[in-house]
Design a binder for this molecule. Structure first.
Ligand code: PGA
Length: 248
């Protein structure tokens, strides 16, 4: 069985002091042979986080695809590499909904990150309306096809996908393990068609949306769920530790 990939996502939370205190508590307890533990933090806390994390992988929450240029307020790949960042969350639904990030932009970001030898955590997921209209599988499958456009099979294997139904994010409503499994299976099927089944099997698919210590075990038992992306619960040291050590 491949290792599970469980990342926290701090969103717009956490000063340098906060992240330092958090990692002091959790990092030494984050050694786990079966789980790759990670944490996405705001740009301003990346340098501190990278210095303090020995066991936890640190991720940025966004990046621009261009190397440099007139993009006020954006951060480039070389800027993240200078700090030692390896993982970057792209296409999170909050960025798509509030900051106009499109599938095309997500694809450009993924291509640029892979070219730079970094790991994109590519998010996808449907709105409540799409879910209620039973269009989830088609919608998410389209997001995946567009997100992976022009990505070679060799590079595709390095991408982590995070399936996060928007109706389950920060709402306390988790998709049941069965619903989450069903969509993750569709994602894998889509990847199987775009590439082939062997490659599709190698790509890690996380579930995200109100994951907490109480529901992680059932989610991780699902065949096509290879990890989790966790918002709210990852801010609490005790919960974060329970999540990344769910198998102990
Ligand atoms: P949540 O957020 O765990 O607070 O629902 C998940 C996410 O947005 O990554």
């Amino acid at each position: 069985m491949k290792n599970k990939v469980i990342f926290g996502n701090w969103k717009m939370n956490g000063t340098n002091a906060d992240i330092k205190a958090f990692l002091k508590t959790v990092d030494k307890k984050a050694k786990n042979d079966k789980v790759i533990a990670g944490l996405a933090v705001p740009f301003t806390a990346l340098e501190t986080a990278i210095k303090k994390a020995k066991n936890i992988k640190i991720a940025a929450e966004n990046v621009h695809w261009a190397e440099n240029g007139a993009y006020t307020g954006e951060v480039s790949i070389p800027m993240l590499q200078e700090l030692g960042v390896e993982y970057v969350v792209i296409g999170h639904s909050e960025r798509r909904e509030m900051f106009g990030e499109t599938d095309e932009a997500v694809n450009k970001k993924a291509l640029a990150l892979l070219k730079a030898g970094m790991v994109p955590i590519l998010c996808c997921g449907e709105t409540l309306e799409t879910y209620e209209n039973k269009k989830t599988n088609k919608f998410v499958s389209d997001q995946i096809k567009k997100g992976f456009k022009d990505i070679s099979a060799e590079d595709a294997k390095k991408v982590i996908i995070a399936y996060e139904p928007i109706w389950a994010i920060g709402t306390g409503k988790t998709a049941t393990p069965e619903i989450a499994q069903d969509v993750c299976a569709t994602i894998r099927e889509t990847l199987g068609k775009v590439y082939n089944k062997t490659i599709a099997k190698e790509i890690a698919i996380q579930y995200g949306g109100s994951v907490k210590p109480a529901n992680i075990k059932d989610l991780m038992k699902q065949k096509d769920i290879d990890g989790a992306l966790v918002g709210g619960a990852s801010l609490i040291a005790e919960d974060y530790l329970e999540l990344i050590n769910y198998n102990k």
